[in-house]
Design a binder for this molecule. Structure first.
Ligand code: C2E
Ligand code: MG
Ligand code: MG
Length: 696
């Protein structure tokens, strides 16, 4: 039983027991009362019958004694009544009502009481006093002889004993009844408690625990309804547990790798922070990002990409201690949490292990793949005291690691945040660069190698920042690509180039071809249509333009590269494959997509003519290009040695500081004008000097 503010609440057991108790008590009490009543009535009837028999007998035998005035005999008759229990008086009255003989049991309490009341032994008064007593049965028999009334015989029977016997019986029966009812109730309660109440209480407790997310099964003790209920509950709890586990997995684990996801990772870091604060220990976070994962996805398909991610997750996990956590944050990003690290050396060792594990060659769908990664490392509490700061700094360090080259791990430093701020500032400023006229086109002439005649120029973008001075395109182009700003910037370059070509052409100057660098991001946006639009707007013929694209464009299979290249072919412009040799599978691309020009990357030219490997490579590229009927441009030619090697091996075109650095349009215009004025084609050295000098 339980009490609450608003009253008493009865438990099921109490209710059941009370109900049983009431029913039992009610029926048994009714039964007792009824049987007592019956037996009392029976006894009363017996009393009356006995009184009747005696009365009749005495009234029959007494006429003789009355007629003979034999009062001794009469007294004898009346005193016969004393042998009868409960008969309290017997009186023979004359026809006039005078007592002739009487027997009065003055030991009887009723008679005693009445005698005290009348204060005399007068029988007539006593009879009068007893007249309306309800506990007295009064019987009267006529005494007749030869049809002449000789008097009456009165008999009084007390029912007091009978009634007190009734009360006594009632009391004992009630006590017995109460005892029986209590015993039965207790027995029923015990049975009920064991079979119903306890299982229900166990179910209630289990349900409460279920509500709190703890799963306990209840014991199935019987095969009755309670047992079935317990079984049903257990089945339901199991279902809920599995469902909860599924939801928990979905919310906290990555389906592909089975590793904790970002949500769980953040939670673990939070725990690690609290723990490290308590124990005054340090922990390390490794923010891992796979390098060029996109190319794997794009070139080998998403199934291989997924397999690589799963394999990477498994490898990372295999290299770690039990206490460490590895999570997949999303995409190709993983996070490792290593608690209780002592010093940086230990952290470095972990990073090395991670890099080694990830970069081990693996077989995916029958292809050998070597994955590389960049890792940003932060330490708690050194590099941040909350999850957000640690994550931001780890991300930042990873970004720096990525910038330094493949397969490296870098500890976070405060200076990185300065760099990040600068980068963000640069991103902001770049938004306005076009509008504020801070961008400028420079032109680097391209000559034919053999005769060193001017053939055209590569258009190279320059950003004059008001605070930081000139910023290299190799710095701001990747930033613009990452932020998407390249689309607007690239479009500006395209339009400015067409406008410039058209201005020179209108001035009667032949600038040769202009080679424009196109970013892969630009390439996605219906590029050929926009190009055709601009060319028609500025009346630029197709042979005046060349588009330089890098292999990264071809790696992207999110859109149909082949279709877009076909579109460009339809426009009629030439296509050149830039930075040839630095990408992944150049040969297969050469086979798949048709190009007009190959630009050998300057890293291969740098070693000429002394480095045997570079010599071999450049020779091979030249032979390959010849076989595929492609023109070759050598980039970054800085020495005469390089130039003569290229001349001797039949490289078609040359570009480099030896011949000319990139120059602004005024310098280039002057140069083009000087070309126009001269009858003889300009010799390399003279032109180079003049351009360089004029350009500063
Ligand atoms: P790239 O297309 O390979 O351009 C050639 C780069 O090599 C230019 O660097 C050029 O100045 C440099 N170079 C030329 N000859 C020599 C040499 O003899 N020695 C050395 N050391 N370097 C030489 P720049 O102008 O800094 O451009 C860097 C990269 O920025 C370009 O590489 C190109 O990928 C990108 N870029 C430049 N302008 C644009 C543009 O308008 N749009 C896009 N999407 N990318 C551009
Ligand atoms: Mg280029
Ligand atoms: Mg290049």
């Amino acid at each position: 039983m339980r009490t609450r503010g608003y009253g008493i609440r009865l438990g099921l057991g109490a209710k059941f027991t009370l109900a049983v108790l009431t029913i039992l008590a009610g029926t048994m009490a009714a039964n007792t009362l009824y049987s007592l009543h019956i037996s009392t009535a029976f006894h009363e009837k017996q009393l009356v019958e006995r009184g009747n028999a005696l009365g009749r007998l005495i009234s029959l035998v007494s006429p003789e004694a009355i007629l003979g005035f034999d009062f001794v005999q009469l007294n004898d008759y009346t005193h016969q009544l004393s042998s009868q229990r409960d008969v309290v008086y017997g009186v023979i009255l004359s026809p006039e009502g005078l007592p002739l003989s009487s027997y009065v049991d003055d030991s009887d309490p009723l008679i005693k009481q009445r005698l005290e009341g009348v204060q005399s032994n007068d029988i007539a008064k006593l009879l009068q006093a007893l007249d309306d007593d309800f506990e007295l049965i009064r019987l009267q028999f006529p005494i007749v002889h030869n049809e002449v009334s000789l008097g009456r015989f009165l008999v009084g029977i007390s029912t007091q004993t009978l009634h007190s016997e009734y009360r006594r019986q009632l009391l004992t029966q009630s006590l017995a009844l109460a005892a029986i009812v209590l015993f039965l109730s207790a027995a029923i309660h015990v049975v009920f408690r064991f079979n119903v109440l306890s299982p229900i209480q166990a179910l209630i407790a289990a349900s409460r625990q279920l509500g709190r997310g703890q799963y306990t099964t209840v014991e199935v003790k019987s095969t009755d309804e309670m047992g079935l209920l317990a079984q049903a509950f257990n089945a339901m709890a199991e279902e809920v547990r599995q469902e909860q586990a599924k939801l928990h997995r979905q919310a906290n684990f990555d389906t592909l790798t089975g590793l904790p996801n970002r949500l769980m990772a953040l939670d673990r870091i939070d725990h690690a922070i609290n723990r490290a604060k308590r124990t005054h220990q340090r922990f390390a976070l490794f923010f891992i990002d796979l390098d060029n994962f996109k190319s794997v996805n794009d070139s080998m398909g998403h199934a291989v990409g997924d397999e690589l991610l799963a394999a990477t997750g498994a490898r990372v996990q295999a290299t770690l201690r039990d206490a460490d956590t590895v999570a997949r944050l999303g995409g190709d990003e993983f996070l490792v949490l290593a608690p209780d690290v002592v010093n940086e050396v230990q952290v470095e060792e972990i990073a090395e292990r991670l890099i080694r594990a990830i970069s081990e060659p693996q077989d995916l769908h029958g292809r050998k793949v070597v994955a590389r990664c960049s890792i940003g490392i932060v330490l708690f509490p050194d590099n941040g005291d909350c999850v957000e700061m640690l994550m931001a700094n780890a991300d930042n360090a990873m970004y720096q690691a990525k910038a330094t080259g493949q397969g490296s791990a870098i500890f976070f430093t405060d200076e990185m945040n300065t760099r990040l701020r600068e980068r963000m500032q640069m991103e902001q400023d770049l938004n306005l660069a076009v509008e504020l006229g801070q961008l400028e086109l420079h032109f680097q002439p391209i000559f034919d190698t053999a005769g060193q005649h001017h053939r055209g120029a590569e258009v190279l973008l320059r950003w004059h920042h008001p605070e930081w001075g000139d910023i290299s395109p190799s710095v701001f182009i990747p930033l613009a690509e990452a932020t998407g700003q390249i689309v607007a910037i690239g479009d500006w370059v395209l339009e400015q180039t067409c406008r410039r070509w058209s201005a020179w052409h209108n001035a009667g100057i032949d600038p040769g071809f202009l080679a424009i660098n196109i970013s892969r991001i630009q390439f996605r946006r219906r590029f050929s249509r926009r190009l055709a639009e601009l060319m028609s707007l500025y009346s630029v013929p197709p042979q005046a333009l060349e588009l330089e694209i890098t292999e990264s464009v071809l790696l992207d299979d999110h859109y149909d590269v082949g279709e877009e290249l076909k579109g460009l072919r339809a426009v009629g412009v030439k296509l050149s494959l830039d930075d040839f040799g630095t990408g992944y599978s150049s040969l297969s691309y050469l086979k798949r997509f048709r190009f007009d020009v190959l630009k050998i990357d300057r890293s291969f030219i740098a070693g000429l003519p002394d480095s045997p490997e570079d010599v071999l490579l450049v020779k091979a590229i030249l032979a390959l290009a010849k076989g595929l009927d492609l023109k070759v441009v050598a980039e970054g030619v800085e020495t005469y040695g390089q130039l003569s090697f290229l001349t001797n091996h039949g490289c078609d075109l040359t570009q480099g500081y030896l011949l000319s650095r990139p120059v602004n349009h005024e310098v280039y215009s002057t140069y083009l004008n000087s070309l126009k004025a001269e009858v003889e084609p300009r010799r390399l050295v003279r032109s180079e000097r003049r351009i360089v000098n004029a350009g500063g």
